[in-house]
Design a protein around this ligand. Structure first.
Ligand code: 9YW
Length: 448
């Protein structure tokens, strides 16, 4: 049964259980994103899980990322799912994606999906190297030996994103599917999905997520899911070839959150280039600057300085108050006044300071906005992994105060010990999958 929300775990107990949960989700070289709901390796989950693992076993942290890198495409794309060959209980699985059947760019083994997720990997590698250096000894030596190979993978990944996902150089990454944002049904994609028309030749399918999470109100609705699958069929028709996808995509939008993460990830990779004596340092810093600028230019005064996405099919700005709007706090470059204002907004009653919240966490959608739905996945619940990531990024930029409060709030929420995928932010009820790997990984990094 579900743990009661009244019974809190103290930090050492919580860290011990988090390590146990990640171990339990292990499927050999990869860690399943969740024990039942997501029995494969997801791209940004793997990056975050590797950071958690680094605290307990640096060798496994590196292996986690190597398992993901094994799925990298010839184009450099790191796919959003690397499938565990011994596991068949997930939909859409490798047969539905059929990536290796449709393009030589995809590896034959391991089998993978045909889209990507936010590029947080270089940030994870930077953090893993930090944690290993703090441990010293064989852990640090292992990571030193591993870094050059990881660097090559990351460089190819970043070059893919620059080349294929920002071909016009606007400094914003383009996505072809809501899944690519990692925030599947965020209300910011509603207007983009609104013009995706599902054809009557959508091959039939049976969902798995609603079989695992019994309360369907916490998951995307059937009409939403049809569109998700329809877009997969469209991508298959284009044989996952970026140049063929872009001109006809029914879903095409910027992703300010992924772009901000990419800006900082380029910064992290540039530091690594310098450390390894690689010649790409300036190229990577240039990319960091380009995406930082793109995110800054996406700010909207009328929305209090939040960054907004642009639906690239209609050209319209997408005016909803979601967590992604805080992207400029991730990538930086704001002048002092603008930064203060955005931090103040984050702490205001529209967000972490909302009086109804159980903990002062950042929900995925503002509780004061009409789109807020407190139980519905990316439409309102608070995701521990996102609070942790934001705190980490704020800390990296020197906003220590706000970072500290977010860390404390995320930890308080996690201290029910369920490692839920997401939480009802008003009641603190754990929702979605329990024992989610990245929630456990966030805990390890928050506590240790
Ligand atoms: C899906 C694994 C993934 C996350 C995504 C989240 C959800 C489900 O679970 O996606 O079907 O792809 O939205 O961010 O990586 O935890």
């Amino acid at each position: 049964g579900r743990p009661t929300t009244g019974d809190r775990w103290n930090p050492p107990e919580l860290a011990a259980r988090a390590a146990y949960v990640i171990r339990g989700n292990s499927a050999g070289a990869m860690t399943r994103a969740a024990p039942d709901l997501y029995p494969h390796q997801w791209s940004w989950d793997a990056a975050f899980v590797a950071v958690g693992l680094a605290h307990v076993d640096v060798v496994r942290a590196c292996r986690e990322l190597d398992s993901l890198f094994a799925g990298q495409w010839r184009t450099g794309m790191i796919p959003h799912i690397v499938f565990d060959p011994s596991e068949e209980g997930y939909f859409p699985g490798p047969d539905r994606w059929a990536s290796a059947e449709l393009t030589d760019d995809a590896p034959r083994s391991p089998r993978t999906s045909g889209i990507c997720q936010p590029p947080v990997h270089a940030l994870a590698v930077e953090r893993i190297a930090e944690i290993a250096a703090a441990h010293g000894g064989p852990a640090a030596a292992h990571v030193e030996r591993w870094l050059p190979g990881a660097y090559d993978r990351l460089l190819a990944w970043h070059r893919y994103l620059v080349r294929e996902r920002d071909p016009q150089g606007r400094g914003l990454l383009t996505i072809y599917h809501g899944w690519e944002s990692g925030m599947d049904n965020s209300p910011r994609w509603d207007p983009v999905y609104a013009h995706v028309v599902v054809g009557d030749d959508l091959p039939p399918y049976a969902r798995r997520d609603t079989a695992v999470v019994a309360d369907a109100s916490q998951r995307p609705e059937p009409a939403e899911y049809d569109r998700y699958l329809w877009l997969v069929e469209q991508l298959k028709r284009a044989r996952y070839d970026d140049a063929r996808v872009r001109p006809h995509a029914e879903f095409l939008t910027t992703d300010v959150f992924a772009s901000a993460a990419f800006a900082v990830a380029n910064e992290a990779l540039a530091s690594l280039a310098r450390r390894l004596g690689r010649p790409e340092h300036d190229e990577l810093l240039g990319a960091a600057e380009r995406f930082r600028r793109g995110v800054l230019d996406a700010r909207d005064e009328a929305s209090g300085g939040l960054a907004l996405d642009v639906d690239l099919v209609t050209g319209d700005h997408i005016r909803v108050e979601t967590i992604a709007g805080f992207a400029p706090l991730i990538s930086g470059g704001l002048d002092t006044a603008a930064e203060r204002a955005l931090l103040a907004l984050l702490r205001s009653p529209r967000w972490t300071g909302h009086p109804a919240l159980r903990h002062p966490v950042l929900p995925t959608t503002s509780p004061s906005s009409p789109e807020f739905r407190p139980r519905a996945y990316w439409r309102g619940p608070s995701w521990p992994v996102m609070n942790w990531f934001l705190a980490w990024m704020l800390n990296r930029r020197g906003a220590k105060d706000v970072a500290g409060s977010l860390r404390a709030a995320a930890l308080a929420e996690l201290s029910d010990g369920s490692f839920a995928e997401y939480y009802e932010p008003v009641t603190g009820e754990p929702l979605g999958s329990l024992d989610q790997s990245w929630s456990a990984a966030a805990t390890l990094d928050l506590v240790l």
